[in-house]
Design a protein around this ligand. Structure first.
Ligand code: HEM
Length: 434
C-alpha cells in the first residue's frame, strides 16, 4: 500500500497536469479581435441586413425569426472565436420560451437545400460585415476559417443552370500565370481559374507584360474553369529583345493547358493539413524565331534546342491557411523547356524531362489584396543560354470578381550567353472574367 501511494499520487498529479496541459487556456484572441460581445453584436447587426439584401440567399431566410437567428449566430461566433459563450442552438420562439431540442448545424440547415454558392455568399456577407466594423483582416480570416469546415454540414444541395454563378470566394480563383493557368504570376497553383463553384463554371482573359533591362515578355490568353474541377487554358507568349545584337530578336509560342483538381479543397479544408491537389499538362509550340534572319536563324532548333514543341507536366499543392492569413503553394514540374519553351525544348546540355520545384508564399493582407513571393527553378539545357531560376515579389488586387490587377518585380535570370546580365524588371498583369 505505502509504495504505491506516492506513485498513484504522482500519476494523479501527472494526469492532472496533462489534463490542464491538454486543455490549454481558452485562446480568445479572435473573440477579443472581434471586439468581444459588443463587437460581435455590432457585426451581427451589420451582417443580418446584408444577408436579407443578398439576392443569392435572402429567400432562404424569409420565413424565419431573424431576431432569433441573430441571437444564435452571435452565440455561435462568440463560442467559435474562443469567447465565454456556449452556442446551444436551442430553438425558441417568443411563445415557447426555453423549450425545444438542441440543434446542430446539420439539423438547422438540412431542409434549406443550401448550395456552395449560397454558403460562400453568406461567408462574403460576413466578411463585409466585419470589414465595415473595422475588424482586422487577420481576425476576420480566422473566424471565416473556423466556419468554413461547416460547409460539409450545411451544404446539402447542388445547383443547376448554365449561368456562371460567381460563387467562389473572392481571389480563390488565383490570377493567370505566365503560361495561362490559374495560379500566381510565375507558377500554376492547384486552384481552378474563374469563380464558378462545383455547380457552375467561370472564365477569364489575361494580358501580362514583363519588361527587363534588355527584353520584353508578353503573355495573353483565356481560361475556363468547369465545376471548380477542370481548367482549360490557351495562351500565347511573345518575347522581344531590345539590346544589340539581339535587339531584333522575336520569339513566340502558343500554349494549351489542362488542369484537373484531384483532391482536397483549399478553402473548406481549414480543419485539416490536406492541401488542394491538382495535376496539369501544358502543350507548347514555338512559332519560329524572328530578327535573326541575317544569321540564318529562323528556328529554335538552330540555337541548339532538340524540339520546337513539348509538354510540361505538373502537380500542384495549394493550402490556404486562413488562421494565419497565408497561402502556400508547391508545384513540381516535369519539363525540358528552355526559358518556359520560348527557346525550344531540350538541348546540347540536356534533353531529358527534369523535375523542377516551384514555390509560392502569399499573405492575405486584406479581402482584396494579396502580397507574395515566388520561386521557379528551370532546367539548363542549352549552352547558348545560361538559364537561371525565376523569382518575383507580387501584389495582387481583386477589386471584385470581374477584374484583378497583379504588379510584381520579376527576376528572370540571364537570357542567352550573348547577354550575361541578370534580367529583372516590372511585371504587370490584368485579368478580366467571372
Ligand atoms: C458558415 C455558414 C453558416 C453558419 C455558420 C450558419 C449558422 C447558423 C446558426 C447558428 C443558426 C441559428 C440556428 C439556431 O436557431 O439554433 C442558423 C440558422 C439559419 N441559417 Fe445558417 N449558417 C450558415 C449558412 C447558412 C446559409 C448559406 C443559409 C442559406 C442560404 C443559412 C440559412 C439559415 C436559416 C434560414 C436559419 C434559420 C433556421 C431556423 O431558425 O430554423 N445558413 N444558421
Amino acid at each position: 500500500m505505502r509504495r504505491s501511494t506516492p506513485l498513484a499520487g504522482l500519476a494523479l498529479l501527472l494526469s492532472a497536469t496533462l489534463a490542464t496541459a491538454q486543455t490549454p487556456a481558452r485562446d480568445d484572441a479572435v473573440y477579443r479581435g472581434l471586439g468581444g460581445q459588443q463587437g460581435i453584436q455590432k457585426i451581427v447587426a451589420t451582417f443580418i441586413p446584408l444577408v436579407l439584401a443578398d439576392p443569392v440567399i435572402r429567400d432562404s431566410f424569409e420565413d424565419f425569426d431573424m431576431e432569433q437567428v441573430a441571437k444564435r449566430l452571435a452565440d455561435q461566433f462568440c463560442e467559435v472565436s474562443g469567447g465565454p459563450c456556449t452556442y446551444t442552438g436551442k430553438y425558441r420562439d417568443k411563445t415557447m420560451d426555453g423549450v425545444g431540442t438542441v440543434r446542430d448545424m446539420v439539423t438547422v440547415h438540412q431542409d434549406l437545400k443550401i448550395t456552395d454558392a449560397q454558403f460562400n455568399a453568406l461567408a462574403e456577407d460576413l466578411q463585409l460585415a466585419m470589414a465595415r466594423n473595422q475588424v482586422p483582416n487577420g481576425v476576420a480570416n480566422r473566424l471565416i476559417g473556423r466556419l468554413a469546415p461547416m460547409r460539409s454540414m450545411i451544404v446539402t444541395a447542388r445547383a443547376g443552370g448554365a449561368r456562371p454563378d460567381l460563387g467562389k470566394l473572392l481571389a480563390t480563383g488565383g490570377v493567370s500565370q505566365l503560361e495561362g493557368a490559374a495560379g500566381g504570376g510565375l507558377t500554376p497553383w492547384a486552384l481552378i481559374g474563374g469563380y464558378g463553384t462545383r455547380d457552375s463554371w467561370g472564365a477569364n482573359a489575361h494580358y501580362t507584360w514583363v519588361r527587363t533591362q534588355d527584353y520584353a515578355l508578353g503573355s495573353g490568353g483565356v481560361a475556363v474553369g468547369l465545376a471548380d474541377r477542370l481548367e482549360l487554358s490557351l495562351a500565347e507568349q511573345t518575347f522581344a529583345g531590345s539590346l544589340a545584337p539581339l535587339d531584333r530578336l522575336r520569339l513566340r509560342q502558343q500554349i494549351v493547358g489542362l488542369k484537373l483538381r484531384v483532391a482536397g479543397d483549399a478553402v473548406y479544408g481549414q480543419d485539416s493539413l490536406m492541401p488542394q491537389l491538382a495535376i496539369g499538362v501544358l502543350y507548347k509550340r514555338d512559332k519560329g524565331v524572328g530578327g535573326l534572319g541575317a544569321l540564318g536563324v529562323t528556328d529554335v532548333r538552330q540555337l541548339g534546342a532538340r524540339d520546337d514543341h513539348g509538354y510540361d507536366y505538373y502537380v500542384a499543392a495549394t493550402k490556404l491557411l486562413l488562421e494565419q492569413s497565408l497561402l502556400l503553394n508547391g508545384t513540381v514540374r516535369a519539363t525540358r523547356a528552355n526559358q518556359m519553351g520560348l527557346l525550344g525544348f531540350g538541348g546540347d546540355r540536356g534533353d531529358s524531362m527534369r523535375l523542377m520545384p516551384e514555390v509560392s508564399l502569399a499573405w492575405l493582407a486584406d479581402r482584396k489584396l494579396v502580397l507574395g513571393v515566388e520561386y521557379r527553378r528551370k532546367p539548363h539545357n542549352l549552352s547558348v543560354d545560361n538559364e537561371k531560376a525565376y523569382y518575383d515579389a507580387f501584389v495582387a488586387w481583386f477589386p471584385n470578381k470581374h477584374v484583378s490587377v497583379t504588379a510584381a518585380y520579376a527576376v528572370l535570370g540571364d537570357i542567352t550567353v550573348f547577354n550575361p546580365v541578370r534580367q529583372r524588371g516590372p511585371y504587370l498583369s490584368l485579368q478580366a472574367g467571372f
